[in-house]
Design a protein around this ligand. Structure first.
Ligand SMILES: *Cc1c(COP(=O)(O)O)cnc(C)c1O
Length: 517
């Protein structure tokens, strides 16, 4: 139908439409301009170079959230003067705020958490991944990432003596998701009816369960909960003084669980634990899992990196008997978060976690290309090309570069343990298996009534001091101090300085007590 005369008169003419389009195109093009990209990148890189070159002792300056909110809001509201100079200043101010309010992971004072100062080249390459933007669940969208994933699977599975043709590896966004995916594969393998019928579809009166260490990372019981395995169905296995599962207690624990109506289908070991870096007796646990037909999963989020070291690999003996194991490269492989790897001994089982059809992405019969898709093995649809940073470092620097740093950090932890043993006012809680060390400051003048919260109070004062960043962990319900050596710049002399600072802060606390009495 032809428009009425009046309506036609109100329509803008072609020329002004074109002008409007052009104006819009121009505004958009500014955002995407290649030259501007380079200028911004140079500005950011120069700032980060200064950040990396600063090897002073810096921990964390904890800013009150309300203050930070205000500072950040000011930066949003500073718009108005849109000259290029002011725009750059604001970009720099935002970057400064970002860098300064972070835990200073590149400083020798950083001994607090399992993430680390990254190998800078990984960060540079991360920029490349962001710009070329190749989500990597499907070969079509991320060709090189999917090939690199295959190559890294070959390189790394060799370290546990697996044949890359028979095993499989998939990257996930974090160790928590790797563990969840492994538990799902375990459930679907051992309870094959569960994917279609759900967990209620099993034998009447029996409930599926998993067995874990008392010291398991919290993400594993959480993953169980997500799968419909309730907290009562998580069997906690007793641990010894070194915080390792007591192998002799496992069979009786499983028997007691069975008597309560629980059918354990998966045994989870840790290598090492988050709190202590303890490594469960993998070989003995593997034997029990085989004997009882359980899926054996090893949470190696923290410690699997020891596999790259010829010196330390033996600590993980037995991991090669696991059905699956998780490995966080964003911890001891020094790449930016996230990069987690999930390995399966039997590649067929890697597809067992997700047994779905979705015609818009999945092909019924994989061809030469879709055989490289990882989407069948991981939960994410759009996914960062997580492997690229690791693959680039591995290709350019080689395995030994990682091994050298990991060996150095483990040696440092060992020496720090020696320093604690020599200090009468400190008590190490274990001999470190890897780069994590827990201890308490117990001066002779510490009244027993203060024992419970003393360590935590010290930890908070150390953080406020802004020179060191350490963490705390509850051991049998009582806080202890915890250091994680992640930085090669940290020396034994820094650790001794930390001990002195702990003494100073601890004594200041006790003096304050006396004043209060
Ligand atoms: C860090 C850690 C996790 C969690 O991994 P994310 O990558 O933080 O999700 C799980 N298990 C252990 C033993 C860990 O140390």
């Amino acid at each position: 139908m032809a428009p009425a005369e009046g309506a036609r008169r109100d329509e803008p003419d072609r020329d002004s439409i074109d002008e409007e389009m052009e104006e819009r195109e121009g505004a958009i093009a500014q955002l995407f301009d290649a030259r501007t990209f380079r200028e911004n990148a140079e500005l950011v890189v120069a700032r980060l170079e200064r950040h990396l070159a600063d090897s002073s002792l810096r921990g964390l300056e904890l800013t009150r959230p309300s203050d930070l909110l205000e500072a950040a809001r000011d930066l949003m509201q500073a718009r108005g003067d849109e000259s290029p100079g002011s725009w750059k200043e604001r970009l720099e101010a935002i970057l400064d705020l970002y860098v300064d309010t972070g835990i200073q992971v590149h400083s020798p004072g950083f001994m607090g958490r399992q993430f680390s100062g990254v190998i800078p080249l990984a960060g540079v390459f991360d920029l490349a991944s962001s710009i070329v933007n190749q989500p990597s669940s499907f070969y079509e969208a991320g060709q090189l990432p999917n090939v690199a994933e295959r190559l890294m699977a070959e390189e790394l599975s060799r370290l546990v003596g697996w044949n890359a043709d028979e095993s499989a590896m998939v990257t996930t966004s974090g160790g928590s998701l790797a563990n969840l995916t492994a538990l799902l594969a375990a459930r679907n393998d051992k309870l094959p009816w569960s994917w279609s019928r759900g967990l209620a579809g099993g034998k009447p009166g029996r409930r599926p369960a998993i067995a874990v260490s008392e010291d398991v990372h919290y993400c594993v019981p959480r993953a169980a909960g997500i799968l419909g395995v309730g907290d009562e169905q998580v069997v906690r296995l007793p641990i010894d003084r070194r915080r390792r599962i007591v192998a002799d207690e496992v069979r009786p624990s499983l028997d007691r669980a069975a008597a309560r109506g629980l059918d354990v289908f998966c045994l989870v070991a840790s290598a090492g634990t988050t709190s202590f870096g303890a490594i469960d007796p993998l070989d003995e646990l593997a034997a029990i899992a085989e004997e009882r037909d359980l899926w054996f999963h090893v949470d190696g989020a923290h410690g699997a990196s020891l596999l790259v070291s010829d010196e330390l690999r033996h600590k993980l003996e037995g991991i090669e008997r696991a059905d699956s194991f998780a490995w966080d490269a964003h911890k001891l492989m020094f790449v930016p978060a996230m990069c987690s790897l999930l390995f399966y001994k039997d590649k067929e089982k890697a597809h067992g976690a997700f047994r779905q059809q979705a015609s818009y992405v999945f092909e019924k019969e994989p061809d030469e290309y879709t055989a490289y898709d990882s989407a069948g093995k991981n939960f994410e649809c759009t996914k960062r090309p997580l492997i690229m940073n690791l693959w680039v470092l591995w290709s350019l620097y080689g395995r030994q570069a990682f091994a050298t740093k990991i060996e150095h950090l483990c040696e440092l932890a060992e020496r720090a343990h020696g320093a604690l043993r020599e200090a009468p006012d400190f008590e190490p809680l274990h001999r470190p298996e890897m780069n994590i060390l827990c201890f308490r400051y117990l001066p002779a003048n510490l009244p027993p009534s203060r024992f419970e919260e003393f360590q935590l109070a010290i930890r908070n004062r150390i953080r406020r001091g802004g020179r060191f960043f350490i963490s705390k962990v509850d051991v049998d319900g009582v806080p202890a101090l915890r250091v994680v050596f992640m930085n090669h710049l940290t020396r034994l002399s820094h650790f001794r300085m930390l001990l002195d600072e702990i003494r100073r802060e601890g004594q200041a606390l006790l003096r304050a007590d006396q004043r209060d009495v």
